[in-house]
Design a protein around this ligand. Sequence first.
Ligand code: AMP
Ligand code: ZN
Length: 136
Amino acid sequence: MRDDNCIFCKIANGEIPSKTIYEDEMFRVILDLGPAAKGHALILPKDHYKDLYELPENTASHVMLLAKKMAAQMTDKLHCDGFNLVQNNGETAGQTVMHFHMHLIPRYKNDNQKIGWTPGEPSQEELEEIRNQITG
Ligand code: AMP
Ligand code: ZN
């Protein structure tokens, strides 16, 4: 379940060194080399799944449990003021490494980072049409 050409497979399985802050049978958590803020880390499954669509349900549920545990530990140790979980799927959504990962991003007052979007202004009719499209 590993991809020989995938850098995150190599990092997750210890073939390439990383700043590891947590490891168990299923995951390695490493510091991001291009952090949005101090302590920005990535949860990497040790098995290769391209994205959320490929992630097995059991792994997906463990990712969220681990994210919660890491957020608590990192907030306690880094004294951050807030915390973002970010998870990109597909190039259009900003995914640059095609091995599933969850970003753990501690946030600090005045860190001058922007993680967000420009809000749209849909009408009630548009929202209803979208609701029908998704649920229909
Ligand atoms: P994404 O844009 O969601 O695919 O995120 C990829 C993230 O991986 C970026 O935040 C990069 O800074 C980070 N990254 C890429 N290569 C490495 C690496 N070798 N070690 C640690 N982080 C990395
Ligand atoms: Zn991989």
